[in-house]
Design a binder for this molecule. Sequence first.
Ligand code: GDP
Ligand code: MG
Length: 329
Amino acid sequence: MRIIMLGHTGVGKTTYMASLYGSMQQSIEGFRLKAVEPEHHKRWIELAEQIQQGKYPTLTDQRQEYNFYLRYQGKNILQFAWADYRGGAILETQKSDQTKALVQDLKTADGIMLFCDCDALAQGDSRSNQIGRMTTLASQALRELNRPMSLAIVLTKTDLVMDFQVDLLQSLNGLIAAINANDFVWGALLPIACGQQLRNVPMPLLFVLHAAVVFQATTIYAGVESHTELAKSYEAQSRGFIGMADWVIAKLNKQETYQEMAAKEKQQALKKQQELQEIIEPAKSLYNYVQKLPLIKPGLNLNDYARLLSENKGGLIENAENKLDIWII
Ligand SMILES: Nc1nc2c(ncn2[C@@H]2O[C@H](COP(=O)(O)OP(=O)(O)O)[C@@H](O)[C@H]2O)c(=O)[nH]1
Ligand SMILES: [Mg+2]
């Protein structure tokens, strides 16, 4: 699984990654994060501690990729790579090899985080965000998508912003429209702050992972069903006179009998059932969590988003009505 983080230099990507890592050493909705490499663990923890004291990381502009485990209630449930794109990468010309590689990378990603400096947006500074370029790149990547994907628009540095005016969101209109135009894409506007005070830090990661985890659960469930169906049909064919004839012919030809094929399928179904057991709880938990976020939906306008963002700036609004108690795949 791969997640891609895109945003111009200085918008707060590295700060976010470190702050998230630090805060997800404690369980959030049952989830924790663990770096696959022990040196990375040390580095992220140190950075996170410094950020909490108000000391931000020094700027680097390199593409880097890290591997993490998502843990749920003490078990690794998912390993994912998280790529931090060089800020300058989004400024490359449309035809450059860099841009082509980036679009290809976005196309195959399981989740995308687009970072916007909210403070710059509030000051009407659009250059430092390069939202136009990000919108073009994301729209290109979303074309031809044939599986669910989460795309988070992460609004950083909200500690510097008093409130969310509609004007501030105007430049995101194109991106919101691109998300709404695609049935496979689940989008959300997520306001965060990293520094002495942390706000909503786990939101973007959990949102971005949810599509992949729910999709994985659905795929495994489909596997259980198809193996069970096949087992049933082989079993039916192994009965009666035809079944007996098949048994004799199969044995003579040293082929598998319907009975043996049915047993194999049953075994496969059982294996998939066990896999499903592992993922179903975290998938449910993520699904329920995501319903509480400011999701991008057709029919909402910028005023609605401004209101949702203001409500969620300080933390999640619990909304009991949205809770999904019965899991339906
Ligand atoms: N006030 C405030 N400043 C932030 C926040 N996140 C990042 N910054 C500032 O933005 C600068 C750039 O952040 P960085 O994570 O290096 O950006 P990157 O280039 O996107 O990786 C930092 O040095 C901080 O000064 C935040 O949540 N609040
Ligand atoms: Mg960085």
